[in-house]
Ligand binder design. Structure first.
Ligand code: FMN
Ligand code: ATP
Length: 316
């Protein structure tokens, strides 16, 4: 897949082959997004075009929102690129979303970013909008096309009678409902991070943990205990994760910690890049009266997670 970064105004001398292009922000590249992207791929195959996706970075809320500088994503740009690449797309256009770009008239956007890039077929979802204030819609697209391209509107993809959307997924994540995500996202939610040094208390209580410095571009699930899988090098391991402030030991909530206890693991992995895959939320983080009480609960957490993984291995 060839990646082309565009800003406003863009200045590239390259000529592109005729393209069938999917348009959208695509945070999460969820199952609704996949309908759109795979439709562009299908249209390209049927009409002898090259397949393309146009996405935007950063999130429009950074530019249009209330002074927000840092947005957290379901899939930060790097992961979005990897997933779209995995779908077998030929060209990925990443448009820098700036105030100037957002201010383009719908016709200007179409002339420069669609017709100007040799797009012969556009694919977008029923609710896609373009141009200043989102004034361009799938209804206005034929008019703005100047007969230079055809288009396909992808119908609403729903789950439980509700549109699958990035907003819905973000809201579930923020409520810790990680187990409800796979039917929407098409996979479990994952985040990347680096293993850092912790207080080294875990190993003394029989629960060694890997402390993870999460890549801050990801949305962090809320505090609490989760069943997780963690990828170390190329292997996945089952475990339990605590997101929180360890109130049993810390008087004040200082820095949020994310620590993972893996069941079948005793290697030194400081500095490793890992991936955490988030399975069900198990319970709230609590302040225990002492180590003994904490350890009793950790044993229960471990058993609950083991039961969950065992059950799911049987059913899959
Ligand atoms: C599955 C799991 C659940 C945990 N739950 C709590 C909790 O409810 N309250 C708490 O204070 N600490 C909790 N912890 C954090 C432990 O206190 C912590 O792992 C231990 O103090 C070791 O910390 P260290 O790795 O910084 O040395 C939990 C840790 C794990 C792995
Ligand atoms: N459930 C869906 N069914 C069909 N098309 C969809 C669906 N969700 C998004 N799309 C389309 O995919 C493209 C990318 O959409 P966008 O990035 O705005 O995602 P979204 O999930 O609708 O996000 P948000 O919740 O932020 O509105 C657009 O063309 C949009 O119309």
């Amino acid at each position: 897949m060839e990646i082309i970064r565009l800003s406003f105004p863009y200045n590239i001398n390259k000529e592109f082959p005729p393209l069938a292009m999917a348009l959208g922000y695509f945070d999460g590249v969820h199952r609704g997004h996949r309908q759109v992207i795979l439709e562009a791929k299908k249209q390209a195959e049927n009409a002898g075009l090259h397949s393309a996706v146009m996405t935007f970075d950063p999130h429009p809320s950074v530019v249009l929102g209330k002074g927000r500088k840092h947005v957290q994503y379901i899939t930060p740009l790097e992961e979005k690129i990897n997933i779209i690449n995995g779908l077998g797309i030929d060209f990925l256009f990443i448009v820098h979303f700036s105030a100037e770009f957002a201010n383009l008239l719908p016709q200007e956007f179409i002339d420069r970013y669609i017709i100007g890039l040799n797009v012969h077929h556009v694919v977008a979802g029923f609710d896609f909008t373009y141009g200043r204030m989102g004034k361009g819609t799938m209804e206005t697209l034929p008019f703005h096309s100047r007969d230079q391209f055809s288009h396909t509107v992808v119908a609403k993809f729903v789950q439980d009678n509700e549109k699958v959307s990035s907003t819905r997924i973000r809201n579930l994540l923020k409520e810790g409902k990680t187990i409800q995500l796979p039917p929407l996202l098409g996979k479990f939610y994952t985040t990347t991070g680096t293993v850092i040094h912790g207080d080294k208390r875990g190993r003394t209580i029989g629960f060694p943990t890997a402390n993870i410095d999460l890549n801050e571009a990801y949305i962090v699930p809320p505090t609490g205990v989760y069943a997780v899988r963690m990828k170390v090098d190329h292997d996945w391991h089952d475990g339990v994760c605590n997101v929180g402030y360890k109130p049993t030991f810390n008087k004040e909530a200082t820095r949020l910690s994310v620590e993972v206890h893996l069941f079948d693991f005793n290697r030194e992995i400081y500095g490793n890049e890992v991936v955490i895959e988030w399975h069900p939320y198990l319970r709230k983080e609590q302040k225990f009266s002492g180590i003994e009480e904490l350890v009793t609960q950790l044993e229960k957490d471990k058993q609950n997670a083991l039961d969950y993984f065992e059950k799911n291995r049987q059913s899959s």
